[in-house]
Design a protein around this ligand. Structure first.
Ligand code: PRP
Length: 209
């Protein structure tokens, strides 16, 4: 799986264990998602192009660097919203385009309920934000929308991905780059990631009943 980067950092592992724990309440859950999203964004932006700029410090002039690419953040509603703030902190000039997708409970197929990408020039690089990649259906739907917009570089940032979801995305979008904190082995009969962390949207927004 050459296009998948799994960040096996000790801080990721420890934050991820707290995130998975069923006793972690929504306030801490949101904080942990933010921290992990910061790390994922750092890793996913490692290869962004830069250009030279002149900088005047209080002491002298020097040559610095500035980003030479336009970036777009694409959170998949709802759970992806929890990752936006962290990514935007690091990429403050990014455009943010929301995609509304939910999984039909019976079929596990993604249902689109919001997509308003413009028909103007696309960004150079899009970072799709969604903490969970289960069957891959939602990610593939997002990738299709961004490909139709004409985005040349597509990167998917997920906290936990299943092996099956990664394979599904790679089959349809071999050029997409995936950045994940962990790859979990299984999907259960309801297509939930196992061991996973449950429903990220419900745990983020305290709607678990
Ligand atoms: C979850 C998750 C992903 C999707 C992953 O969202 O946040 O968007 O499911 O599953 P897939 O890879 O099989 O498509 P959900 O549908 O629960 O919506 P929510 O974020 O509104 O809770």
């Amino acid at each position: 799986m050459p296009q998948v980067t799994e960040i096996s950092h000790p801080l990721v592992q420890s934050h991820l264990s707290r995130l998975r724990d069923t006793s972690t309440a929504p306030a801490e859950f949101r904080l942990l998602i933010k921290r992990l999203a910061t790390i994922l964004t750092l890793e996913a932006t490692r290869d962004l192009a830069t250009r030279e700029i002149e900088v005047t410090t209080p002491l002298s002039r020097m040559t610095g660097r500035a980003l030479a690419t336009t970036t777009g953040l694409v959170p998949i509603l709802r759970a992806g919203l929890g990752m936006v703030e962290s990514a935007l902190e690091l990429l403050p000039d990014s455009e943010v385009w929301h995609l509304g997708l939910y999984r039909d409970e019976a079929t596990a197929q993604p249902v689109e309920y919001y997509c308003k990408l413009p028909d103007t020039k696309p960004v150079d690089v899009a970072l799709i934000l969604d903490p969970m990649l289960a069957t891959g259906g939602s990610a593939i739907s997002a990738l299709q929308a961004l490909q139709a917009w004409g985005v040349p570089s597509l990167k998917l940032l997920s906290v936990i991905a299943s092996s099956a979801g990664i394979k599904a995305v790679q089959t349809q979008f071999p050029s997409a780059e995936l950045y994940v904190c962990a790859i979990d082995p299984e999907l259960n009969s309801r297509k939930f990631i196992v061991p996973g962390l449950g429903d990220a949207g419900d745990r983020t927004f305290n709607t678990l009943r």
